[in-house]
Design a protein around this ligand. Structure first.
Ligand code: BGC
Length: 726
């Protein structure tokens, strides 16, 4: 009887799956037919008109055939304000103030896939409200060096974590009929010489480190578009790189969407066309007809250098994306909405869950403001707004709550807030050069003395320090990893007079903390928090929110500890950079080389304590096509509600090639009431334990023993189990 019931259900499932497959097949067939029929009606000029922009962010349509223009916009953590058609100035609209989320590193620090999904929904709705078709992001380049100016926009040093956050973000965004554009493909890991540097990476590092997030974005997230990076890769510009674009993206990953250039990243007509580029954006020539994919492309077709079939392939890719986002006359297309309370709540939640508590001696935090009479609030970042910085990801936020404003609003009536600036922003931002950082280290004793006075007369001192977008920005890298503006001195002096000093770091990339960790009892890393930054950070400080963020990158003690710098492979020589550290990026390097960082990857404290236990797998031996079902328990042993990020790492102690000591293979953020225990199940495919085998040009799972480690950072492993792969 039981067998019959099982068979019946299996049959039903099969029928349903087949019906679904048929439906998808039909949908795809209809789509391809529509594309073919439109192609037949188009002239060469009309086709090529779809393959290059006609202004900064728009591409012409073909009116007579009902093909609309394509509207693109930055960016990854909010919809950028409207720009002028033909220059980089803002158009001055009054209805384009947007919801601003905390940027990429903060998203990854939340380790919460649902927040990534929620962000995608909000971005999609606001992009549609602004009648945008493509929203440029997410940026999924790996954080290779602490100095990269765009680290704040990117997510992590770990390819699995980047992919895990990018996929739900893209799926949600595209569910609102807006295309994502995953960027910058590939190896745009520094801003220094980004327009000219030639990157060399081994095949193994390419496949294990730099490609996985793009692969996940395309194959799991279904990203409709990909943006080719500025730099060269193994001698060829990314936008005309046959290997990256044709071989990997199209053939290996099966990408059928639009491959566009970054703004001004096209360098040729025929070579780019043959390599697989579809859309040219941002070229610095006033006459759009002179762009590589304009008249020169028409000429190349006429001269027989680019086959017509290739033009049709490109136009087909554009039309396919238009159909997928309901642009071709589908009345059910998402209309969008802007700045709803739900959008603002999502931005708040994202900031609140991102904050990482790095240190909390004597349980100084959370602060019970009902018992406090006075607080010193110190630092330029207590009052600085950050949403409008960073260059292409800058957002005209509807509002931005600073930490000081939030403290005043929430506790100003009962607590005396003694504000002192403490340090001045001495740097000057100038696109394309980091010279503005050079003399930004002066110690301002007058400001320090004022801060010390404020700290003396207060029960607690909170210093809001870190960086700003003169450092964390597109177009140049940081010159070093130091806290600028004499902040170290300020922090030490304040701590001398007030032992209850808390430092809040607002930054999107690693900064040296060695000079302050022994001076202050409490350290909180709050990132750039978007428009709700102040509300979120104050709620964490006051304990309304229990911190649950974890570092998405290793925080080195000093720059020399991190791999690219230890090996002298940044920023390269003679415009060439070789990623000699290979697969040992981030914690893979630190843990394998046994280097103790300031704070490890995945690390973050809480106001409660958690216990991870009971790690088991469903079998002890697996075949190569099987799935490992991992189970464990997470318990909240402490007094308050909170969330722990349980992390599962893998290692293969004996293998014919070098393997990192640990590689992240799964994680789960678990929310628990005091005393509550939850059982977590994670599934890891045995095939995901593979390494990239350069000789075989493919992935190899070498039979033998594997270790699965459960922990709450890459360096705090609480349990390990051994499994065997046949
Ligand atoms: C950036 C891209 C951005 C584009 C459009 C480029 O400079 O690298 O990330 O999407 O500009 O603003």
């Amino acid at each position: 009887m039981r067998k019959t019931v099982i068979m019946f259900f299996a049959l039903c499932l099969l029928t349903a799956t087949m019906a679904q497959a048929k439906k998808t097949e039909n949908k795809e067939q209809v789509q391809e037919k529509k594309i073919q029929s439109l192609l037949k009606k188009m002239t060469l000029e009309e086709k090529v008109g779809l393959l290059h922009a006609n202004s900064k962010f728009y591409v012409n349509g073909v009116k007579r055939l009902g093909i609309p223009q394509l509207a693109l916009s930055d960016g990854p953590h909010g919809v950028r304000a409207e720009m002028n058609l033909h220059d980089w100035k803002y158009a001055g609209w009054t209805n384009d103030s947007a919801t601003c989320f905390p940027p990429g590193t903060a998203l990854a620090a939340s380790w919460n896939r649902q927040l990534a999904y929620q962000r995608g929904i909000v971005l999609g709705e606001e992009a549609r409200f602004r009648q945008k078709d493509v929203l440029l992001g997410p940026g999924v380049n790996i954080i290779r060096t602490p100095l990269c100016g765009r680290n704040f926009e990117y997510l992590s040093e770990d390819p699995y974590l980047v992919g895990a956050m990018a996929v739900p973000y893209i799926q949600a965004l595209q569910s609102k009929d807006v295309s994502a554009s995953v960027k910058h493909y590939l190896a745009n890991n520094q801003e220094d010489h980004r327009n000219s540097v030639d990157v060399s990476v081994s095949e193994r590092a390419l496949h294990e480190i730099y490609l996985p997030a793009f692969k996940a974005a395309v194959t799991e997230g279904g990203s409709h578009t990909v943006m080719a990076a500025y730099n060269k890769f193994r001698g060829d510009w990314c936008a005309e790189n046959e290997y990256l674009d044709r071989e990997i993206l199209q053939k290996e990953l099966g990408f059928k969407g639009i491959l566009m250039t970054d703004w001004g990243a096209a360098h040729s007509t025929v070579k780019s066309a043959l390599a697989g580029l579809d859309l040219e954006m941002g070229t610095n020539k006033k006459d759009y007809n002179e762009w590589y994919f304009a008249q020169p492309l028409i000429d190349a077709v006429k001269e027989g250098k680019v086959p017509m079939a290739l033009i049709d392939e490109k136009v087909g890719n554009i039309l396919r994306v238009m159909i997928q986002t309901k642009m071709l006359g589908d009345k059910t297309r998402e209309k969008g909405k802007m700045n709803t309370p739900e959008h603002q709540q999502a931005a708040y939640q994202s900031a609140a869950e991102a904050a990482v508590l790095l240190q909390n001696e004597g349980h100084l935090l959370p602060l019970d403001f009902s018992k406090l009479k006075s607080v010193a609030v110190i630092g330029d970042n207590a009052t600085r707004k950050h949403c409008g910085g960073g260059l292409s990801s800058e957002i005209k936020a509807l509002y931005e709550v600073t930490p000081l404003a939030a403290l005043q609003k929430k506790f100003g009536n009962s607590v005396k807030i003694n504000y002192a600036k403490g340090y001045e922003k001495q740097s000057v931002f100038k696109e394309g050069t980091n010279k503005g950082q050079a003399d930004a280290n002066k110690v301002d004793w007058k400001l320090i003395d004022e801060a010390v006075e404020a700290a003396k007369k207060s029960e607690v001192a909170i210093i809001f320090g870190g960086l700003n977008h003169d450092f964390d920005t597109e177009s140049f890298d940081k010159i070093d990893m130091k806290l600028p503006y004499g902040q170290e001195t300020l922090i030490r002096e304040v701590a001398k007079v007030n032992p209850r000093t808390i430092v809040v770091i607002i930054a999107g990339s690693p900064v040296e903390l060695a000079g302050i960790v022994y001076r202050v009892p409490a350290l909180l890393w709050a990132w750039y928090g978007g428009m709700e930054a102040g509300n979120a950070v104050v709620d964490v400080l006051s304990g309304k929110v229990n911190p649950s963020g974890k570092m998405p990158f290793t925080l080195p003690v000093s720059l020399e500890q991190s791999p690219a710098h230890a090996l002298g492979n940044y920023p390269g020589r003679n415009l060439k950079v070789n990623y000699e550290e290979d697969i040992l990026v981030g914690y893979r390097w630190f843990d394998t080389k046994k280097i103790v960082p300031q704070y490890p990857f995945g690390f973050g404290l809480s106001y409660t304590t958690f216990e991870l236990s009971g790690l088991t797998t469903d079998q002890t031996t697996y075949g190569k096509n099987e799935v490992i079902k991992v189970k464990f328990k997470v318990r909240n042993n402490g007094p308050v509600f909170g969330a722990e990020v349980a992390q599962l790492y893998m290692s293969q102690p004996v293998c014919s090639v070098m393997r990192p000591i640990k590689e992240l293979k799964g994680f789960e953020k678990v929310f628990l009431q005091p005393g509550e225990t939850k059982t977590v199940e994670l599934a890891v495919k045995v095939s995901d334990l593979a390494y990239y085998n350069e000789a075989a040009k493919g992935w190899t799972v070498e039979p033998g023993d594997f270790l699965l480690h459960l922990g709450n950072s890459s360096r705090n492993i609480v349990q390990t189990v051994k499994i065997a792969v046949k």
